[in-house]
Design a protein around this ligand. Structure first.
Ligand code: COA
Length: 260
């Protein structure tokens, strides 16, 4: 149990978490379940969903899993409908499904660029749009997982930078447009988080120590750092916070990403 917060801080809530089987958002889904929420998770990969559902249930939580690709609006609508059928409502949506790889812009195909924008940006819109009527009923909220890559410029990451800039725009726009329905919309921009698929793809092992020395807090982030931020932003402790993307990166982006 996460002892920083009161026990069962999300008791009675239903959370719908895309990319909720693994990585950072997998951690967020587990933390939400530990905090008392019923959790619906989606992923493209059924085997990952099965493992995560089993973990959450073995630890006393409730989990419902649906295979869905966030790029496919019909699949997203179906996943939302199935979740409401199963748990009765949705209070919290977490957009965590994302794609990434390192590539030079001159070597990236138009389809490669579009694929990441489709998963991250269009996928985030798809889920928000499909969940809107349910969130209106519960005066619910949205949490978009973003990044800091686009605050400056990150080499080999033009596609993800563009995609996450779009995600941040969605966070701000929806907070303004859906605030009147009582819906809060926030984001988290994780810095370098250890033991994630993203870090394995983006940071070669020898660069890890170099990076640590460039982080003001002198350590890599842990998935738990993001879980805690997610619990805070989705709890009543943040009831007057909307339109914010909270940077959780040990101060890293302020020093840039260059190793030169
Ligand atoms: N470098 C350059 N281009 C790449 C690439 C790489 N490492 N990986 C994929 N692409 C390009 C492909 O070449 C293709 O473009 P093309 O048709 O012009 O050749 C396009 O991206 C789509 O690739 P595809 O493999 O068909 O897409 P997908 O939908 O199956 O996979 C990805 C999506 C590309 C994001 C894939 O990397 C993935 O599934 N990743 C897992 C999730 C993840 O990245 N998690 C980390 C989050 S931080």
């Amino acid at each position: 149990m996460n002892k920083i917060f009161a026990d069962n801080i999300l008791q009675g809530k239903v959370a719908f978490v895309t990319g909720g089987a693994t990585g950072i958002t997998g951690g967020v889904a587990r933390a939400f379940a530990e905090a008392g929420a019923k959790v619906a998770i989606t992923s493209r990969k059924e085997e990952n969903l099965i493992a995560q559902k089993q973990f959450i249930e073995e630890n006393g939580g409730e989990c419902f899993a649906v295979v869905a690709d966030v790029r496919d609006y019909a699949a997203v609508e179906n996943a939302i409908a199935k979740t409401v059928e199963h748990f009765g409502k949705i209070d919290i949506v977490v957009n965590g499904a994302a794609g990434n790889f390192l590539v030079k812009p001159e070597e990236l195909s138009a389809n490669g660029f579009g694929t990441v924008v489709d998963i991250d940006t269009k996928g985030t819109f798809n889920v928000c749009r499909a969940a809107f009527e349910e969130l209106k009923k519960t005066q619910g909220q949205i949490l978009n997982i973003s990044a800091t890559l686009h605050y400056l410029a990150t080499p080999m990451q033009i596609h993800v930078s563009a995609a996450k800039a779009g995600v941040d725009a969605i966070t701000r726009n929806l907070s303004v447009e859906w605030g009147r329905h009582g819906i809060r919309v926030n984001g988290i921009a994780p810095g370098p988080i250890e033991d994630t698929e993203g870090m394995k793809r983006l940071l070669p092992e020898p660069l890890k120590d170099k990076l640590k020395n460039k982080i003001p807090l002198r350590r890599m982030g842990q998935i738990k750092d993001i879980e805690d931020a997610a619990l805070f932003l989705t709890s009543d402790a943040a009831s007057y916070i909307t339109g914010v993307t909270l940077v959780v990166d040990g101060g890293q982006w302020l020093l840039g990403t260059s190793f030169g």
